[in-house]
Design a protein. Structure first.
Length: 240
């Protein structure tokens, strides 16, 4: 059957996968079967890309390799916290966030941070508890599976747009199979530790981001946090 003539029989299920996706920050230790991960990645690979370049490379980290990654990057993050001057040794290869925040983005960022910390009872200025919460990134929030995404350095900036569509597909295909995810730019500064551990060639590839993948802990308070979204009218311009 032609794809052009294929109708999605249950469009509500597509909407449900999109609308039930959120950044999970507490996972169960329940293993994720390799065949299930492979299925998610196969479905995600239908993402569009300029000239069908398909620029994504995925490193699936589990078991002992996952634990070693967590150990080394967690240690580096603690060292930077103890001695902020070391942060210069751990730099992102591309600017994920703006160098100067402006409105309305600054306000949204602050609302997100303080709403999350407020839910956890972390007071403004409590740097130790803030660090401890941020530190959870480097344990993959307890998820048994880590995905590290890399991009060949020869590719252009447009490949990051393609990559975003692929990563979104990963998250939605995971939701459709009862899994949850958390896309994590927090790994990016530690690429020089990560790349050799995952067997990636740092001279030819750069780290795009990481992702925690697994089954959400339904009893974790932090997983009740829901981020707001702007109404369609706030970001859409109708031209006729």
């Amino acid at each position: 059957m032609s794809q052009l003539n294929t109708t999605i029989r249950d469009p509500d299920s597509v909407d449900a996968a999109i609308e039930s996706r959120f950044s999970v920050r507490a996972f169960l230790p329940k293993p994720v079967p390799r065949d299930l991960i492979k299925h998610v990645l196969r479905v995600a690979s239908r993402a569009p890309s300029g000239t069908n370049a398909q620029p994504w490379k995925v490193y699936v980290v589990q078991g002992a390799r996952r634990d070693e990654l967590v150990r080394q990057v967690s240690a580096a993050h603690d060292q930077v916290h103890a001695n902020p001057e070391l942060a210069a040794s751990f730099r992102e290869e591309y600017d994920y966030y703006p160098r100067k925040w402006v409105e309305p983005y600054l306000g949204r960022r602050r609302q997100n941070g303080w709403s999350l910390y407020g839910l956890l009872g972390i007071a403004k200025g409590d740097k130790e508890r803030m660090h401890a919460q941020h530190h959870q990134n480097y344990s993959l929030f307890g998820a048994p599976v880590g995905l590290m995404f890399t991009l060949d350095r020869v590719m252009g900036q447009g490949s990051l747009v393609d990559y975003g569509m692929f990563i979104q597909n990963v998250m939605l295909a995971a939701r459709a199979r009862g899994l949850h995810t958390c896309a994590q730019g927090a790994w990016n500064p530690y690429a020089r530790i990560i790349m050799p551990l995952i067997g990636a060639n740092a001279a030819e590839e750069m780290l795009v981001c990481g992702m925690a993948l697994g089954y959400a802990d339904p009893d974790a308070l932090i997983n009740t946090y829901s981020t707001p979204r702007e109404p369609v009218e706030a970001f859409t311009h109708w031209l006729e």
